[in-house]
Ligand binder design. Structure first.
Ligand code: FES
Length: 150
């Protein structure tokens, strides 16, 4: 089946089975490897992308549900004001350790601040709770989201 996805501002056609996870269309068909595979079960957040502005787990999102919609990945998140602020804060606070989960963390943080520009500490904890970091960078992630919100 063919599906048309507006990915990072460009209309692209992907020809895959309807139940193919969006993650594989993004990485293997569209050639954007910044979105990572972690658990494959919607539990870790490494694969987070924006589907029409909302954070979704691309490993459990069938590509057919993205047909005709806009998808933003880590490769283009910096093209928005909020995404740029998040990336800047991430760099300033040196958040990253191994880095594997961080594209998902940044996508979730950007979605959080886009819908809630002045989150409380608790809002951030709750909003970022679905993104797991094996290195335990949670304190710096919390600080970076707070800084990006300023
Ligand atoms: Fe999608 Fe873990 S790889 S949530």
């Amino acid at each position: 089946m063919s599906y048309t996805i507006k990915i990072n501002g460009q209309r692209r056609v992907v020809d895959v089975d309807a139940d193919t996870p969006l993650l594989w269309a993004v990485r293997d068909v569209l050639g954007m490897p910044g979105t990572k595979f972690g658990c494959g079960m919607g539990l870790c957040g490494a694969c987070t992308v924006h589907l029409d502005g909302a954070a979704v787990r691309s490993c459990i999102t069938p590509v057919e549900s993205a047909d005709g919609q806009s998808v933003t990945t880590i490769e283009a998140v910096g093209s928005t004001h909020v995404g740029r602020a998040v990336q800047k804060a991430w760099l300033q606070l040196d958040v990253v350790q191994c880095g594997y989960c961080q594209s998902g963390q940044i996508m979730s943080a950007t979605a959080l601040l886009s819908s809630n520009p002045r989150p409380t500490e608790e809002d951030i904890r709750t909003g970022m709770a679905g993104n797991i970091c094996r290195c335990g960078t949670y304190v710096r992630i919390q600080q970076a989201v707070e800084q990006a919100a300023k």
